[in-house]
Design a protein around this ligand. Structure first.
Ligand code: A3P
Length: 326
């Protein structure tokens, strides 16, 4: 087995030598088949693409980083498992486990160091996370009846959130010698305008899922962070229906939807001790770096009007004609 993994590592190193590479805030990025991946995640991406087999009952949380992934993981976990943990409420796993551990990422967790992790024992429905573009998902996900829930966010807030997140820690990778994240918005802005950020280009990431949600609305649900902020209750109802776990009238009367919204709220998750200690096992980010401000429109405090206008125009041009706008 050791020999096998060494050969794989060599293949990966050879592959990396052939790929476009940049140093960005979110570490060293490589462009592989049109997508910019953090160096540390690339082996996980390839293993995931080659080996994952979806079950019809699986739920995949997909997103561009910093777009509400943590929130959506907590909400989805709570919705589908609500009958397991409603009594007593004190024992809910979200109170003692970070959302990213309850719902691991494929490429940055399960498949990162393991070509074929054993996922068969995961309780059903299995819930996983990914930042990979729709077109880059393993065929098995697109062919099966599993559900995908995608969250995206105003691109200006997304890049501001990314900048802050990146400043919280230095990523390490076995595949690259040293990583020096950039430090200011000015430093990384030209890259962003060219779509260079982890799992970018932003527009390709969102458009892939947007189009899939239009063509296959029973399979792909497309959510916006801002809509969740504005009306979490009706969006939770829609989410539960989409996932095949609709709330009953009796549950609605009992206030179950409100309970889940409260449990997963920014204020609650941010206040929990478990989310204020330790690091994400693989990404290396402090658990509390996934909870910063949780606001809509915070970009005005970090982007000058010229930058904002430039980035907004680029995104608008890329999304033109799709029916999607921010
Ligand atoms: P800010 O940096 O703007 O505060 P992701 O989970 O995709 O990494 O996105 C992180 C962003 O979502 C951060 O945004 C974070 O504060 C916010 N966030 C995390 N948990 C949240 C929650 N329960 N409700 C609303 N926003 C949340």
């Amino acid at each position: 087995v050791k020999g096998e993994s060494t050969v794989e590592d060599d293949h990966l190193k050879e592959l990396l030598l052939t790929l476009p590479r940049v140093e960005n805030w979110d570490a060293t990025l490589y462009q592989y088949k049109g997508v910019w991946y953090p160096a540390f995640a690339i082996s996980g991406v390839i293993h995931f693409q080659q080996h994952f087999t979806a079950h019809d009952t699986d739920v995949i949380i997909a997103s561009m980083p910093k777009s509400g992934t943590t929130w959506l993981k907590a909400l989805t976990f709570s919705v589908v498992n609500r009958n397991l943990y409603n009594h007593p409420k004190e024992s809910h796993p979200l109170l003692t486990t970070p959302p990213h551990e309850l719902v691991p990422f494929f490429e940055m967790d399960l498949y990162l160091r393991n070509k074929n992790p054993s996922l068969e024992n995961f309780p059903s429905p299995r819930i996983f996370g990914t930042h990979i573009h729709y077109d880059s998902l393993p065929q098995s996900i697109r062919d099966s009846n599993c559900k995908i829930v995608y969250t995206c966010r105003n691109p200006l807030d997304q890049i501001v959130s990314l900048l802050h997140f990146s400043q919280k820690f230095i990523r390490r990778s076995e595949n690259v010698e040293e990583e020096r994240p950039l430090s200011s918005m000015d430093e990384g802005f030209e890259y962003l305008c060219r779509g260079v950020q982890g799992y970018g280009p932003f527009w390709d990431n969102v458009l892939g899922y947007w189009k899939a949600s239009q063509g296959r609305p029973d399979k792909v649900m497309f959510l916006k962070y801002e809509d969740l902020k504005e009306d979490i209750l009706s969006n939770l109802k829609r989410l539960a229906e989409f996932l095949g776990f609709p709330f009953t009238e009796e549950e609605e009367k009992r206030g179950v939807i409100e309970e889940i919204a409260l449990l997963c709220s920014f204020e609650n998750l941010k206040s929990l001790e478990i989310n204020n200690t330790g690091l994400h096992h693989y990404i290396g980010a402090p658990n509390n770096s996934f909870f910063r401000k949780g606001e809509v429109g915070d970009w005005v405090n970090y982007l000058n009007p010229t930058m904002a206008e430039r980035f907004r125009t680029i995104v608008e041009e890329k999304l033109a004609g799709s029916g999607l706008s921010f």
